[in-house]
Design a binder for this molecule. Structure first.
Ligand SMILES: Nc1nc2c(ncn2[C@@H]2O[C@H](COP(=O)(O)OP(=O)(O)O)[C@@H](O)[C@H]2O)c(=O)[nH]1
Ligand SMILES: [Mg+2]
Length: 242
């Protein structure tokens, strides 16, 4: 019997984080299952996951892809897996401890008790709760969020948040084949589609910490994608073609 919640974690070269993270997640109460979507990490992340899986064969799952195909398509794979395997509460999370695994129950709870359909771990709902980011990165993220919010109208402060819990009915209503974004824009797109479909979004304040191990995979092209993508989303929705 599987648990009713699944935490999906895309990974690319997270060997310095993944073992500790999985241990932490396996200790959570109530229990949740975990799905790692690894893009053929050259550092052997997938092998470490498979080793841990031996201890928790029913709770740790892994999808291995051939190469670095991006965050968006990794999540789409993960969402499809979650729906096929009847999970009800489906979470997104990074592997680098920027998201505190202990916050997972705080995201699942409001969805489970019917308070909201999507619970978003927010860095901007109570001032700014980000630790160890250089000012440049903070300003970039803050401005990107403001920009995305003003253009799309999504009623949340942290539109690019990658830490959340989504009820399966939201994912069932979204046509995954139409999702085109791959980086930060992917998070904006999920929030936009959920909100336009009439679902409720709620921000849960979290503290976000910059990774201490491994390296960031953010790139200029991911930022550029987000700049354009908000306009396409907005315009398509105006013409009823989301
Ligand atoms: N499967 C997969 N995971 C990725 C890819 N790019 C980034 N990730 C993972 O996505 C999460 C967030 O990426 P990160 O590099 O920390 O981005 P940042 O937090 O914006 O600096 C981490 O768990 C990464 O390992 C990718 O192309 N494929
Ligand atoms: Mg990170």
């Amino acid at each position: 019997m599987r648990n009713d919640s699944l935490v999906i974690i895309p990974t690319y070269n997270e060997s310095t984080n993944i073992v500790r993270l999985l241990r932490h997640l396996m200790d959570l109460e109530p229990e949740t299952d975990v799905l790692i979507v690894d893009d053929g990490s050259p550092d052997g992340t997938a092998d470490l996951v498979k080793k841990q899986k031996k201890e928790f064969p029913d709770r740790i799952h892994i999808i291995e892809r051939e190469g670095k195909l991006g965050l968006g398509t990794a999540y789409v794979k993960g969402f499809k897996y979650a729906l096929e395997h009847d999970y009800i509460y489906i979470c997104e999370m990074d592997a680098d401890f920027s998201h505190n695994p202990s916050d997972i129950p705080r995201l699942i709870d409001p969805v489970r008790n019917g308070e909201t359909d999507v619970a978003i771990g927010s860095r901007y709902s109570r001032g700014i709760s980000i630790v160890n980011w250089p000012l440049r990165r903070l300003i970039l993220s803050y401005m990107a969020n403001l920009y995305a919010r003003v253009i799309t109208g999504i009623p949340v402060k942290d539109t690019t948040a990658g830490f959340k819990c989504i009820h399966r009915k939201v994912l069932e209503s979204i046509n995954m084949e139409r999702i085109r974004s791959n980086g930060y824009a992917f998070q904006i797109e999920i929030h936009f589609r959920a909100w336009k479909a009439g679902f409720r979004l709620k921000e849960v304040s979290i503290i976000f910490r910059e990774r201490e191990e491994g390296v960031s995979k953010m790139s200029k092209s991911i930022v550029r994608e987000a700049i354009w993508r908000v306009w396409t989303l907005k315009i398509r929705s105006l013409f009823g073609k989301l």
